[in-house]
Design a protein around this ligand. Structure first.
Ligand code: HSE
Length: 312
């Protein structure tokens, strides 16, 4: 084994929940994403050499950083002691609801698996990313980890034991992410949720989740739009996002099939048929935020269908 070898991996952002699929659906976007450069050394330790782009906000201790935790857990599981140095290029905003913590961990674990000679299949890397998610936000949900790792729309049928299903998405599906400059921590956005929901809400939610999956598989854009409804988390979380109702209305009037909160927010996502609709809807959302004096970034992209990948 070449002791000093290294690899750089890209892992995409993802839309957790996709409205109705709270904690069970996630969709990977083509860009943006985080990058990890991982190198071997003789230290027998996992260390973070540098994090670029986080303004010094993320921990440099490997056991507190999602990229570090994923690598440590992976090495533990294959019973190897290996000196590893991680450089994290943090392109995704923190606390944005774009699957930022998962993307760093995914890039890191794909990199270490590659450098170790790929002892594990892609799918089998998921538990290490989920453990990293647990460290980062107190909950080992897979709805960002799985799509960032594997690409596409992923349904998590069961966490223990893991049972995940890849759902095909129609070719012309475009994703819009608009990230307003307010921070919402996943922990806080989860704490506003109720432990129980009324049966009538449960019925609506699972009807929409099933219909969204059917819409994707049948390439029925109108059905996709009708199903992007969340009666469980959105009503409780929307107060954390200034102007949410106006923003959503503007998106729906300007070409979005549906619109909601990406993961735990504050990023707004919409799904659109074609790039033109996506641009129109995204611009309308940004204008609404501007009217509230809120700056935002916009990302328009196709669905990422291959998950994380090696850059060099
Ligand atoms: N499903 C998670 C939540 C995603 O909504 O809390 C966090 O990005």
């Amino acid at each position: 084994m070449d002791k000093n070898k290294s690899v750089k991996v890209f892992a995409p952002a993802s839309i957790g929940n996709v409205s109705c699929g709270f904690d069970v659906l996630g969709l990977a976007v083509d860009s943006p994403g985080d990058e990890v450069l991982l190198s071997f050394n003789d230290s027998a330790q996992v260390t973070i050499a540098a994090i670029i782009g986080d303004d010094g906000r993320l921990p440099l201790e490997a056991n507190k950083n999602t990229a570090g935790v994923a690598v440590i857990e992976f090495l533990k599981s294959i019973n190897k002691t290996q000196g590893v140095e991680i450089t994290l290029y943090k392109n995704l905003p923190l606390g944005s609801g774009m699957g930022s913590s998962a993307a760093s961990a995914v890039a890191a674990v794909v990199a270490i698996n590659h450098l170790m000679g790929s002892p594990m299949k892609r799918e089998d890397l998921l538990p290490f990313v989920m453990e990293a998610e647990r460290i980062a936000c107190g909950s080992a949900h897979a709805d960002n980890a799985a799509p960032s790792l594997l690409g596409g729309l992923i349904l998590i049928r069961e966490n223990h034991p893991l049972d995940i299903i890849s759902i095909p998405t129609p070719e012309e599906l475009f994703c819009v992410l608009v990230h307003p400059h307010v921070e919402v921590k996943t922990k806080d956005a989860r704490s506003v949720l109720k432990a129980t929901i009324p049966l009538k809400d449960g019925i609506k939610q699972w009807a929409n989740t099933a219909a969204l999956v059917a819409g994707m598989m049948k390439k029925d854009y109108a059905l996709i739009g009708r199903s992007l409804v969340d009666v469980v988390a959105e009503p409780l979380r929307s107060d954390l996002i200034p102007g949410f109702e106006k923003v959503k209305k503007a998106a729906l009037q300007n070409g979005a099939l549906g619109c909601g909160i990406s993961g735990s927010g504050p990023t707004i996502f919409c799904l659109c048929q074609g790039k033109e609709n996506a641009t129109r809807a995204g611009n309308a959302i940004q204008l609404e935020f501007e009217s509230l004096r809120l700056q935002s970034e916009i990302y328009i992209s196709e669905v990422n269908r291959k998950g994380a990948y090696i850059i060099d």
